[in-house]
Design a protein around this ligand. Structure first.
Ligand SMILES: CC(C)(COP(=O)(O)OP(=O)(O)OC[C@H]1O[C@@H](n2cnc3c(N)ncnc32)[C@H](O)[C@@H]1OP(=O)(O)O)[C@@H](O)C(=O)NCCC(=O)NCCS
Length: 146
């Protein structure tokens, strides 16, 4: 069985491949390629590569000192159920710039058990959290360009 490679090298992250998945998924439907590129440029990203092709991706939005937000975690359907997301997330969380953070956040619809394995728990004090959420932003007129 060919081995999957995990990389944090920005030069090896494939934004077009990430966009191809994200543009059709429930949390970022319609996201422009230019927005994905900008997000990747300003995040710590990890990819899983098989024969050099990106089959999985995730990113941390972070100040690299105190806080990080985990986003856009996916594994392509043909490669799920083999532990790829867990190895990929471990690679990301091992990045030297995200050690000793005070808080990490994420939002998930149904993958709580995956993230629990990395120490994430449901909000202890949800009343203290606030959000400004615009779930239809990518369907609005030309935000972020083409
Ligand atoms: C969620 C996802 C990234 C998991 O990737 P994967 O490589 O198949 O997962 P792994 O094989 O590494 O195992 C994930 C573990 O989390 C568990 N899990 C919990 N919720 C899960 C979920 N919704 N989907 C997949 N696994 C889930 C699995 O049972 C497995 O548990 P185990 O360690 O006891 O075996 C993948 O199914 C995916 O891309 N889904 C579509 C996009 C998505 O929903 N992303 C997450 C957004 S928060």
């Amino acid at each position: 069985m060919p081995s999957v490679e995990y990389t944090l090298d920005p030069a090896r992250i494939d934004a077009v491949a990430a966009h191809a998945f994200l543009v059709d998924c429930y949390w970022s439907r319609g996201i422009p390629l230019s927005t994905v590129r900008r997000a990747i440029d300003h995040s710590i990203c990890v990819a899983a590569l098989l024969h050099g092709r990106q089959i999985a991706f995730a990113r941390l939005v972070t100040d690299r000192a105190t806080f990080a937000y985990l986003a856009d975690v996916y594994v392509l359907p043909d490669h799920r159920g083999q532990g790829i997301s867990k190895r990929m997330l471990q690679t990301l969380f091992d990045h030297p710039d995200v050690q000793g953070l005070r808080r990490l956040l994420l939002v998930t619809r149904d993958a709580h058990r995956l993230y629990q394995q990395f120490g994430f728990q449901s909000l202890a004090s949800p009343a203290g959290f606030m959000e400004k959420h615009n779930p239809h932003i990518y369907q609005s007129a030309n935000i972020g360009g083409g």
